[in-house]
Design a protein around this ligand. Structure first.
Ligand code: ZN
Length: 174
């Protein structure tokens, strides 16, 4: 069934689509391109530095990112694979457009390499040791059905408990 681009919305926890493992994109079609471009718009509107397809209700292996928020830094990652994670992990505060109001330090490898396909169907590889590395790992987690609440320390889960309860309540009332 074709995707209704104008009906895409950012879904919030605990929508079950956020827990589904995304499927690979078999071909970069015009529809995939349209979805990716709309996701970039939605990411900027939010505003955020990354957005994964499951967050707009699509179980597709695709995410968009822009750690600097400069227009020329928009990037689309199709069927991404993460490799060569640094052994050293570092904490940094993370939030998520699907978990409004939830924040916690998350430990992740300091640097990482990503291999993916772009909107022209071409493979590319990038390596980062800064915010991009963190965004890629956060968005890649979404494709695996993993959320920051799965990675945060117990004490932070307790600190965010009220917000999570409110989100669960809001979802039930939809
Ligand atoms: Zn997120």
């Amino acid at each position: 069934m074709p995707v209704q681009i104008e009906q895409l919305r950012i879904v919030q926890y605990p929508n079950p689509v956020l827990r589904v493992k995304a499927q690979p994109i078999t071909e970069v079609t015009d529809e995939v391109r349209r979805v990716a471009l709309r996701m970039l718009e939605m990411m900027h509107e939010a505003p955020g530095v990354g957005l994964a397809a499951p967050q707009v209700g699509l179980s597709w292996q695709i995410f968009v990112a822009n750690p600097t928020r400069e227009p020329e830094d928009d990037q689309v990652f199709i069927n991404p694979v993460l490799t060569r994670p640094a052994r050293e992990t570092v904490p940094q505060d993370e939030g998520c457009l699907s978990l409004p109001g939830v924040n916690a330090p998350i430990y992740r490898p300091r640097s990482i390499t990503i291999e993916a396909t772009d909107l022209d169907g071409a493979k590319f590889t990038m390596t980062s040791g800064d915010l991009a590395a963190r965004v890629w790992q956060h968005e890649y987690d979404h494709l695996e059905g993993i959320l920051i609440i799965d990675r945060m320390a117990e004490i932070d889960r307790i600190a965010n408990k009220r917000t999570l309860k409110d989100l669960e309540q809001a979802y039930k009332q939809k």
